[in-house]
Design a protein around this ligand. Structure first.
Ligand SMILES: Cc1ncc(COP(=O)(O)O)c(C=O)c1O
Length: 386
């Protein structure tokens, strides 16, 4: 008898055997436009050749190295990062997943401030390890582990400026905010809200953490989503998913004052700053810069919004639609499950966000023909019923 994978979610009924850029193929060689994209990981396209080349080249020399030793992959990436990070955040650490990045941010903030309270926002998603889950809003994620969660978390209303002065106070160690909530429903923060959060965090000496695991690395039309919202640099910036374009890696970037508070032994990871992971990030940064990925995401996002407008404006089932660069949500008046399944049958892979949103996370290589195809098929399944 074969082993079985634990299924935390129902299977999608598809065996994917090959992927390239914006497309995947199943075992019967049916082709799909992949706007599910491994939860948005493959933002530079499946098996992007420049990322693959970097990984393969690295495999030829050094595959294992602990963060205690230097190596050329580390040096190369450290030299490149100032091209994509603000100069206030040039202290970095690498782990394997977004949740681990959140864990480290939480530990750094509690240690730096010597405080215990943490503020997060309603509908936030920060991951599923215990610390990250403590900052995650949805009860479906929290409930089975509730007894083990960190208790000192207050959830404030997202995009509500009035509440901030009350909720973020002198006992607050950190404020965690996603500039665009991904899992929560593709909800962009307003520029006023982001600026008010930053101002209040500064006022009370709380560590300001932007979680850009989903929104970051060009997807919203800016290298970092907060830059598009005109928000100030945070103390801690978290990224993951797209930065390795399929190679598991996340990055925590922190200010000098946070970096100075680090003490030996307080954190670490066997695979932290693994050379193959860093080679993947290096390749991804090259693509981001050479292809002007943020600009392309901005332009294609605009086109996506226009096509949604054209195709959905008279569809009763649709409450709202929004393309923040290539982070796209179509909010229905009903649960989206059966429409996501129908879209899959029509050759377009998408995923749910929040409770009523169909989410599309297209890679930047997607074309206007793809966007036309996806929105046309979306209209078809929403209008014809399923
Ligand atoms: C904003 C945000 N933070 C953290 C995470 C957790 O990342 P991972 O699944 O790599 O642990 C996610 C994953 O969807 C996310 O969207």
């Amino acid at each position: 008898m074969n082993a079985r994978l634990l299924r935390f979610y129902p299977p999608r009924g598809l065996k994917i055997v090959k992927a390239y850029m914006q497309y995947v193929w199943d075992d019967k060689w049916n082709k799909y436009l992949d706007y599910y994209n491994g939860y948005g990981v493959g933002f530079l396209g499946h098996r992007n050749p420049r990322v693959v080349a970097k990984i393969v080249e690295q495999l030829g020399t050094l595959m294992i190295n602990s963060p205690s030793f230097d190596d050329p992959a580390k040096e190369e990436l450290m030299a490149k990062l100032p091209k994509i990070l603000p100069n206030t955040l040039l202290n970095v650490y690498f782990q394997n997943s977004g949740a681990e990045a959140v864990e480290l941010a939480l530990k750094l903030a509690l240690h730096y401030t010597n405080r215990e309270k943490v503020v997060a926002f309603k509908r936030a998603f920060h991951g599923r390890t215990l610390g990250a889950l403590s900052l995650t809003w949805g009860s479906e994620y929290r409930k089975p582990s509730e007894r083990a969660l960190y208790k000192n978390v207050v959830f404030a209303d997202f995009n509500s400026v009035e509440e901030l002065d009350k909720v973020i106070d002198e006992n607050t160690a950190a404020v965690f905010v996603e500039p665009v909530q991904g899992e929560g429903g593709i909800n962009p923060a307003t520029p006023e809200f982001m600026n008010a959060v930053a101002r209040r965090a500064r006022e009370v000496g709380a560590v300001l953490v932007y979680d850009e695991v989903q929104a970051g690395f060009g997807r919203t039309g800016y290298v970092w989503a907060y830059q598009g919202l005109g928000a100030p640099d945070p103390d801690v910036l978290l990224s993951g998913k797209a930065i390795g374009n399929g190679y598991p890696v996340s990055m925590v970037a922190v200010s000098d004052k946070i970096a100075e508070s680090v003490v030996p032994g307080m954190h670490g990871s066997t695979y932290g700053a693994n050379p193959v992971a860093l080679a993947a990030v290096s390749g991804a940064v090259d693509v981001l810069l050479e292809d002007e990925v943020p600009k392309q995401a901005r332009e294609k996002g605009k086109l996506f919004q226009e096509m949604l407008e054209e195709k959905l404006k008279d569809v009763k089932l649709v409450r709202d639609y929004r393309a923040i660069g290539l982070m796209v949500g179509v909010e229905l008046r009903v649960k989206p499950g059966k429409y996501i399944e129908a879209l899959q049958r029509e050759g377009v892979l998408s995923l749910k966000a929040g409770t009523t949103v169909i989410r599309f996370l297209p890679p930047y290589v997607t074309t206007s023909e793809d966007i036309n195809f996806a929105t046309e098929r979306l209209r078809k399944v929403l209008v014809s019923g399923v």
